[in-house]
Design a protein around this ligand. Sequence first.
Ligand SMILES: NC(=O)c1ccc[n+]([C@@H]2O[C@H](COP(=O)([O-])OP(=O)(O)OC[C@H]3O[C@@H](n4cnc5c(N)ncnc54)[C@H](O)[C@@H]3O)[C@@H](O)[C@H]2O)c1
Length: 443
Amino acid sequence: MNQKNPNAQSRRNFVKTSSLLTGGLLAAPFLSSANYFSGADDVIKIALIGCGGRGTGAAVQALSTKQNVRLVAMADAFKDRLEDSLKNINEALEGKKDRVQVKEENKFTGFDAYKKAIAQADVVILTTPPGFRPIHFEEAVNQNKQIFMEKPVATDPNGIQRVLKAAEIAKAKKLNVVVGLQRRYQNSYRELIKRVHDGAIGDIVSAQAWWNNDGVWVHPRQPGWTEMEYQMRNWYYFVWLCGDHITEQHIHNLDVINWFKGSYPVKAQGMGGRQVRKGKENGEIFDHHYVEFQYADGSILNSQCRHIPGTMSKVDEYFVGTKGKIFCNAGKITDVQGNSIYQYAFNPKGEPNPYQVEHDELFAAIAKGEYKFADAENGAKSTMTSILGRMATYSGQIVEWDKAINSGIDLHPKTYDWAAATPVVPNADGYYPVAVPGVTKYV
Ligand SMILES: NC(=O)c1ccc[n+]([C@@H]2O[C@H](COP(=O)([O-])OP(=O)(O)OC[C@H]3O[C@@H](n4cnc5c(N)ncnc54)[C@H](O)[C@@H]3O)[C@@H](O)[C@H]2O)c1
């Protein structure tokens, strides 16, 4: 028993209790196979699934927490990505390299790698492209793991439903789940939301959200790659893997609006297209979307996201309430006339890094045997908000939340294999089909 907090359980008991909570699992083999109990009691073992830029960063953050953490397994579709990541993690952890203990036999590659890596750990970091998140999250929950997973958590309504179901199971098992919507772990936003709850701006009647910047990398096709390998390497440009940039990046801002509103939109309509992102290497996604989301109380969120070099850059959120306004980046609240009500005191020496805070808080809870984080349901619904927006801009129609989330739309391939058929294929000139508003049905 923890003397300071009689409600806290030891990590060993916590993991055990979490696992036993779901009756059907009592006889399941995970207790002997999940390696929870094979090391010293306070060692927390981590597996990284998806060893790219964010996965590498998240692993370093997890390994920089105060707890007795070890990276024991890694999984990636590609061997080269895994090895680069391991090298970068080691370099970043100068002085704490003993925390990286990934044996050769615990490096897994290919489409099934995730299952084997997940089995080695207490905590898993899920940072592949979002198309795979539902499958990986389900597996992590089935294997009774504590979870950090990046946003977005899916790319299509079917994936959202799978995450919502697994989120319920995770809750029943008391598995902590943190989703990388890091504004929720950022002090300035936490202070603003407190004031929203205290009524500082009254009822929110409208909001604006922006993710406008130059865009991201391209990985050009290389000789010898199958179509599947090409799409996996250049994943940003394929909707089944990425969701389009409205899902992949703008979700951050849409999530802030949902969080402050305390609800999710009921419908959306909008417009979008591609003006500069027109090459073969740009697959099928748009370079701009403008969406009007409507909430049940009639309030409107105007959302814009653009990936066009040389245009105005802005990533921010703004609210108008019956009594005041919120300027999120500035950490500022005013009354309706513009007089200051509140200004967050940014530390001139730098604010705590919210990416680090996510891991500090998650690992502290795990070490204390506390169940504190259930981010998956919200992560799924904010991801769905972005998918709703995409359905509206691709189709040019009004799209209702209930119809969209229950549409059963599944953009994924039937099988995952380097030679398998991809959900979209290029035409004879190498170009992919792009949505045409007014013609394209919900996608
Ligand atoms: N919270 C944030 O601010 C933030 C920032 C950056 C990225 N992200 C998110 O992190 C995720 C990854 O983005 P990234 O920038 O690291 O991309 P990345 O391409 O650098 O890394 C993705 C890695 O996953 C691997 N992968 C792909 N499919 C796989 C599979 N089925 N099994 C195992 N590995 C697989 C890829 O080979 C690659 O190494 C995305 O969801 C992205 O939105 C979040």
